[in-house]
Design a protein around this ligand. Structure first.
Ligand code: NAD
Ligand code: UDP
Length: 321
């Protein structure tokens, strides 16, 4: 049975990866300090027993020790929503830099393959559109978002260095905006914010004039791409995302429609360095992994809506928490 460590495993993507690797027959060690994650996302796995699934509450910027053999390390620990990394700027830099260093050191010691969760944010506010992997990006290193973007860029550089100089098997996923069940309803990202507002009948807060674009990928598609990348022999970065691009204003309108809400839209100032466009070029993922997303946005939003309705019943309002 392969044994796999997932850092950030109690978060949105990490918990879906725990599920997938358990399904694939792995024994999973999930490590998380719960800064933005929640054990609710993984508690259904506790009944499997320690041989199959073990949760360790730990900050991965500290020295990493895992007893026994490891075949894979999936490094997903990091605040990921803009509101989160603006609230935890130093922790974000530390987990992207020191945490990635510790995870790579552990992978080297255990002769394990490491998959790094990188991001479309390495392209910053891109001047090339859509973004292929060989575009180097346009990042403001000292802007507020720089804490996330630069930590991820450093993480990629470190992974490539461990690959080249220590021969560690590394995989780098540049993940584009992903959504689905287990997103925190109050994480401040566009989808949870809009869905919560629409379900409560409040106005949807579009930043700027809403002409900025994003391309949203449903979580099941992303997990399939990540699994294929993990099992591939491709060490250079691979974009994983859904190329179906939409403006944020249209996205807000679509969420009003899907939820059947009568909410309006209000406009608020655009945050600093908010990328004006973003869309993955997934030619490499298609060629190397034979992967492309299959769930269209309408279907993905409907599936996500069921989760949000249930969550909002238990936790009615952001400010009440
Ligand atoms: P998330 O906040 O739900 O999950 C991140 C997890 O990491 C949380 O459970 C958090 O508690 C944990 N964590 C943070 N710092 C830690 C530390 N020092 N030690 C141990 N655990 C720590 O976010 P997510 O959306 O699931 O993102 C997961 C990963 O994927 C992140 O690395 C993120 O940068 C990357 N990513 C996500 C997206 C997306 O659209 N969701 C896009 C690009 C990249
Ligand atoms: N956004 C918005 N209203 C909100 C939250 C986000 O208009 O309440 C915008 C945000 O400025 C960005 C886009 O929606 O242009 C996507 O934001 P998100 O935080 O989901 O992810 P990002 O792609 O910026 O990391």
């Amino acid at each position: 049975m392969p044994r796999t460590l997932i850092t950030g495993g109690a978060g949105f993507l990490g918990s879906h990866l725990c599920d997938r690797l358990i399904e694939e027959g792995h024994s999973v060690v999930c490590m998380d300090n719960l800064i933005t994650g929640d054990t609710e996302n993984i508690e259904h796995l506790f009944e499997l027993g320690q041989d199959r699934f073990r949760f360790v509450e730990y900050d991965v910027t500290d020295y990493l020790h895992v007893g026994g053999e490891l075949d894979y390390v999936l490094h997903f620990a990091s605040p990921a929503a803009p509101d989160d990394y603006l609230q935890y700027p130093i922790q974000t830099l530390k987990v992207g830099a020191l945490g990635t260093h510790k995870a790579l050191g552990l992978a080297k010691a255990k002769d394990a393959r490491l998959l790094l969760a990188s991001t479309s944010e390495v392209y910053g506010d891109p001047l090339v559109h859509p973004q292929p992997e060989d575009y180097w990006g346009n990042v403001n290193p000292i802007g507020e978002r720089g804490v996330y973007d630069e930590a991820k860029r450093f993480g990629e550089a470190l992974a490539m260095a461990y690959h080249r100089y220590h021969g560690v098997e590394t995989r780098i996923a540049r993940i584009f905006n992903t959504y689905g069940p287990r997103m925190r309803v109050d994480d401040g990202r566009a989808l949870p914010t809009f869905m919560g507002q629409a379900l409560r009948g409040e106005p949807l807060t579009v930043y700027g004039d809403g002409s900025q674009t994003r391309a949203f990928c449903y979580v099941d598609d992303l997990v399939e791409g990540l699994y294929r990348l993990l099992m591939s022999d491709w060490a250079e970065p691979v974009n994983l995302g859904n190329p179906d691009e939409i403006t944020i204003k249209e996205f807000a309108e679509e969420i009003i429609e899907v939820t059947g809400s009568d909410s309006d839209i209000t406009y608020e100032p655009l945050p600093e360095d908010d990328p004006q466009v973003r869309q993955p070029d997934i030619s490499r993922a298609k060629e190397v992994l034979g992967w492309a997303p299959e769930v269209d946005r309408r279907e993905g939003l409907e599936r996500t809506l069921e989760y949000f309705k249930a969550e909002l019943k238990c936790r009615p309002k952001r400010n009440d928490r």
